[in-house]
Each structure stands twice: as structure tokens, then as C-alpha cells.
Ligand binder design. Structure first.
Ligand code: MTE
Length: 327
């Protein structure tokens, strides 16, 4: 078991982070030698056995199986302020291990259930307490925004974690465009409704559509990021195409996927998980190893793909950016 000790300020130069290729080659070598514990973890995260079979992949093609029918993005500048101190998660691992309850509660099954979901064309609406409300096509919006790449950690409350290179724009850039009024205290995010494509939404006792929320100060924080792509291409369906949120100092369920609308309000909005199980999913939900969760000890976390274990860090290691919000 290894721990990460972050230097003051947690930021390290990009040159000191393990590049993905080096990391992957090392794993390949270990696997070849038959000594990689990661092999077992990798198999666990690789998806259902039928879909892993070479026959299936030969019949339908690896891209089809992984839903890799997305566009490559023009090359993006990686923002050096947002480095990380762990190896990047392998793309195919992240693509095959998801939480997307609209489709299924089985993490390994999401990518096999998203064929009918059509994230384009996609209308996106900003409403509520703003001077400049908008309703436009998502690609029209993305074209107007300053898109860059940021490598972020992601920490699920179920204690799995990953490190991925998101493409997107700061939520603040969008907020500046719509100019909230002085009455706005919170931001509510709303995901899509489509019970034909998304069988999970047929569970009528759940409060669909999936919604989430932030305080205005959280939404204006530099870390809050609207994600449009990952690993250099358009965001795949299983990661929340065409547009999702990434708030890496909070548990993963706050990072709502496939957003159709943002509403500025003057009260704390209800959220999907908080409505379902309030004592397990508080509105704030910052990553914190000291705050007990009734189902999962939050002291440690496990990287998907490699199975490496790390001690959980308060604010998921992003305290320099956000601690002030809560002092
Ligand atoms: N957004 C929607 N619309 N539906 C979901 O089920 N799951 C959340 C979050 N956003 C979820 C969602 C949870 S619990 C996690 S951990 C992350 O998405 C997972 O993101 P990933 O599958 O891209 O890793």
C-alpha cells in the first residue's frame, strides 16, 4: 500500500508526473512477467466477459464495443496549473467503469447500454436569476468558450478514483456570460430525461431527471469545470456527453453528466442523491477522510485499473484552491 505525500501547494511540474505511455508500458511489462496485481483489478474493471471476448470484438469492432465513435478534438493546450501526482488512468479502463444510473447501476455495464442515447443535437438552456438567459445548441455554446485541457483527479464516494485529462471550460466563463443577478445564491444543474434510451429512468420512485447543485461561490471557483471532452476527443456517452461538470474536490456524484440546463436560484436546490438518501449524500459533499459515511470508509481510495490504494486527502488534494470557501 502506498501513500502520496503532496508537496506544499500540491502542484508539481508536469515533468515530474508519470507520463501515461511510460506508466502503461511499465504495467504491460509487469503483466507480461505475470506479477502485476493490476491484472486482477484490470479484469474486474474490464466489463462483462462476453464483451471482452475477441469473437465479439471481431464481429462488432473494438470501437463499436467501446462506443468509441467520437470526434477527435483539435489539439488543446494543457493548463499547467492543474497537474496531478498519480499516473493517468488508462482510457479504456475509464470508458468501461462508470456510474450512470440513467442506464444501469452496474458500473461495468454502462458502456454496453448506451447505444440508443443520442447526445447530439442537444439543446442547452440557462435560466433563472440571470440578466442574459440563453437557449442554444450545445456545440454553438462550446464554440464560444475558452476550451483547454486539465488533468483532474476524480474521487467517487464508493472509494474508487481515477485521473483523467478532461477538455472543457471554466464554469466561471459561462457564468460571466449570463450575468447572474445579485439575488442568485445557488446554481442548479439538470440532466436529460429520456426513459426510452435510458432504462434506469423507468424506475419511477427515483427523482429523475438527475440534478445537482453548487453554491454560487463554489460555481465561481476556478476548479469548477464544464467538460466537453476527454483524452483528446469529444466526450463519450458513458462519461456524460455532450457536456458534464467536474468538481474534483467533491465526491463524484456532484459531477453531473449530460447536462441540459443550468438554473440560477436564490435557495439551495434539491439534488438527486440528497432526495433519495439525505443522510448519505449531503448537499456539500466535499471529499474528506474524516467524515464518516455509513457504507464506505472514506480513509482510503482505490485507483481503477491498477487497484493501487492511496490515503484519501481532504478536498481530494485541492485544498489550496477551495479550503477558503469553507473556513
Ligand atoms: N450524472 C448523471 N446524470 N447520472 C449519474 O448516475 N453519476 C455520478 C456522476 N454524474 C451520475 C452522474 C457519479 S456517482 C460518479 S462517480 C460520476 O458521475 C462518474 O463519472 P464517470 O462514469 O465518467 O467516471
Amino acid at each position: 500500500m502506498s501513500n502520496v505525500i503532496l508537496p506544499p501547494g500540491w502542484k508539481i511540474p508536469e515533468s515530474r508526473a508519470t507520463p501515461e505511455a511510460v506508466f502503461q508500458n511499465r504495467r504491460e511489462f509487469l503483466k507480461m512477467m505475470g506479477i502485476a496485481g493490476a491484472g486482477v483489478a484490470g479484469a474486474l474493471y474490464a466489463g462483462p466477459a462476453w464483451a471482452q471476448s475477441s469473437l465479439w470484438q471481431r464481429l462488432f469492432g473494438e470501437d463499436k464495443v467501446l462506443n468509441k465513435n467520437f470526434k477527435t478534438l483539435p489539439s488543446l493546450t494543457r493548463n499547467p496549473d492543474f497537474t496531478y501526482r498519480r499516473a493517468m488512468t488508462k482510457e479504456d479502463v475509464a470508458l468501461k467503469y462508470n456510474n450512470f444510473y440513467e442506464f444501469t447501476s452496474t458500473k461495468e455495464g454502462v458502456w454496453t447500454m448506451i447505444d440508443k442515447f443520442k447526445p447530439r443535437p442537444w439543446k442547452f438552456k440557462i435560466s433563472g436569476l440571470v440578466e442574459n438567459p440563453m437557449e442554444l445548441d450545445v456545440d454553438e455554446l462550446i464554440e464560444q468558450m475558452p476550451v483547454e485541457e486539465r488533468v483532474y483527479r476524480h474521487r467517487c464516494v464508493e472509494t474508487w478514483a481515477m485521473v483523467v485529462p478532461w477538455a472543457g471550460f471554466p464554469l466561471k466563463a459561462l457564468i460571466d456570460k449570463v450575468r447572474p443577478t445579485s439575488k442568485a445564491t445557488h446554481v442548479r444543474f439538470i440532466s436529460f430525461s429520456d426513459s426510452v434510451a435510458a432504462p434506469g429512468q423507468r424506475k419511477t420512485r427515483q427523482p429523475w431527471p438527475y440534478t445537482e447543485g453548487l453554491t454560487m461561490d463554489e460555481a465561481l471557483n476556478e476548479l469548477a469545470f464544464m467538460v466537453t471532452g476527454v483524452y483528446g476527443h469529444q466526450l463519450p456517452k458513458q462519461h456524460g456527453a455532450p457536456l458534464r461538470l467536474a468538481v474534483p474536490w467533491k465526491y463524484g456524484y456532484k459531477s453531473i453528466k449530460s447536462i441540459v440546463g443550468i438554473e440560477f436560484t436564490n435557495r439551495q436546490p434539491e439534488t438527486f442523491w440528497n432526495t433519495l438518501i439525505p443522510h448519505e449524500y449531503p448537499f456539500e459533499s466535499n471529499v474528506d477522510p474524516e467524515v464518516r459515511h455509513p457504507r464506505w470508509s472514506q480513509r482510503r481510495e482505490k485507483m481503477i485499473g491498477t487497484g493501487e490504494i492511496f490515503a484519501t486527502q481532504k478536498f481530494n488534494g485541492y485544498g489550496d484552491w477551495v479550503a477558503d470557501l469553507y473556513s
